[in-house]
Design a protein around this ligand. Structure first.
Ligand SMILES: *Cc1c(COP(=O)(O)O)cnc(C)c1O
Length: 414
């Protein structure tokens, strides 16, 4: 939540917000805002997002207070919504980009290239050339082949060696199977970079997205210290950048992770002059976005209620498949129960919620208790900002990227 006048001014001045309508969140919260969006536009049936920029400001505040020495580079792939990126930029975030298009998007917000880490260990040659042409001069690698390409197309780029995290932290989406040098590969890779005349300025890792065990940060930071030592033993220039990646989730889990990170940095990286960076995605995006979907179909089978909504697994709810997420729906009976749209006190039924496409896999919820709803009522899904719209498709003619985002800001001090 925007806790002071200053952060509201910052939000209002953010790149990408010019000409956009920004509504203060009513005192009684998001539900009443969503209700007014629906009631004010009688023919509104399309799904829509509500982005609470006050939540973004509050999360940035929390990051800065809790991990003041670790500079956040927001991972654009998690949610590239332009207003969201603009507000993060205005709040002082830097960015983790993984492709030419992501770099272009971030630069178009007026962010300078030294606030970008090109954190993709395996890049197309044309994208490396582009990074060189715009002055994005920090990237990751975990193979000799990557060194060859960078030497050829961007020899002035500083490198971070991406190492495989020793522990995946119970992550929902481990990244170790795809990226990161193995312990025995580290010295040969560092040597190869040095022979190629490239500068390895530090190390990066990712303990996995949606990690639940903060001990994984400690293990990875301890291993990173070992890599710094190997570089020294090889007579390379001293490394000075430690990139601890993503994996953070907002809430009490963040405090645990931050405590683990701080104590490991204290223990292994005491010397002055070091730069600590992180690449949080989910932390900033997840709780800032709420999705409202319209009920477009219904079937009753005995006690079971089945509903069809106009977004699903091929759209925003791809997170169920790719991000191993569970989603949660609250009813909004705006049409059938206008007096009591939240259906307080109503009897509930075991319900199934399907997405709109003609694939049985497109099932959003099963065994979910919901009151009796009708076609044209709504279902609202909180915490839908991370790995949702970013990876949706146009399958079967349902276009995820066309979903509108309404902007709001909450102002109650948190
Ligand atoms: C996806 C990704 C992130 C963001 O991860 P979260 O778990 O969402 O914080 C950060 N860094 C890299 C290299 C990534 O691939």
């Amino acid at each position: 939540m925007v806790s002071n006048h200053n952060s509201l001014q910052v939000i209002l001045g953010a790149p990408g917000l010019r000409g956009k309508t920004l509504t203060a969140l009513p005192k009684d919260g998001l539900t009443s805002l969503i209700q007014s969006i629906i009631f004010n536009k009688q023919d509104l049936k399309e799904p829509f997002y509500v982005l609470d920029l006050g939540v973004v400001a509050s999360l940035m505040d929390q990051w800065t207070r809790t991990l003041p020495t670790v500079r956040p580079f927001y991972a654009v792939k998690c949610n590239p919504n332009p207003a969201f990126l603009g507000v993060l930029a205005a709040l002082g975030s830097s960015f983790d980009c993984a492709s030419r298009a992501e770099i272009e998007t971030v630069l178009s917000l007026g962010v300078s290239p030294d606030r970008i880490v090109y954190a993709n260990p395996c890049k197309a040659e044309s994208h490396i050339k582009y990074a060189a042409s715009v002055g994005v001069n920090l990237t990751t690698f975990d193979s000799k082949e990557e060194i060859v390409k960078i030497r050829k197309y961007h020899p002035n780029c500083d490198l971070l060696i991406r190492v495989k995290s020793p522990d995946d932290g119970g992550a929902r989406c481990p990244l170790g199977p795809k990226y990161g040098a193995l312990p025995e590969e580290i010295a040969p890779l560092l040597q190869a970079a040095q022979t190629a005349g490239l500068t390895v300025s530090g190390i990066s890792f990712h303990i996995g997205s949606g990690a639940t065990e903060s001990g994984a940060y400690k293990a990875a930071i301890a291993a990173a210290k070992g890599v710094f030592d190997v570089a020294s033993q090889l007579g390379m220039p001293e490394m000075h950048v430690l990139n601890i990646g993503g994996g953070f989730t907002a809430g009490p889990q963040f405090d645990d992770a931050a405590t683990a990170v701080k104590s490991a940095i204290q223990e292994y990286f005491k010397e002055p002059g070091l730069t600590f960076i992180a690449e949080p995605g989910r932390f900033f995006a997840e709780s800032a976005f709420t999705l409202a979907t319209n009920i477009i179909g219904k079937r009753v089978r005995g006690e079971l209620r089945e509903y069809w909504i106009n977004d699903g697994v091929y759209g925003s709810m791809n997170c169920i498949l790719y991000d191993h997420a569970t989603v949660n729906a609250t009813p909004f009976a705006c049409t059938s129960n206008r007096e009591n749209p939240r259906c307080g006190g109503a009897r509930t039924y075991c319900s199934t919620v399907f997405g709109p496409t003609c694939d049985a896999l497109d099932t959003v919820l099963t065994g979910h208790q919901l009151p009796e709803l009708q076609v044209n009522d709504w279902l609202v899904f909180p915490n839908m900002g991370a790995y949702t719209a970013a990876a949706g498709s146009n399958f079967n003619g349902f276009n995820t990227s066309a979903i509108t985002t309404h902007l709001t800001y909450s102002t109650n001090a948190s």
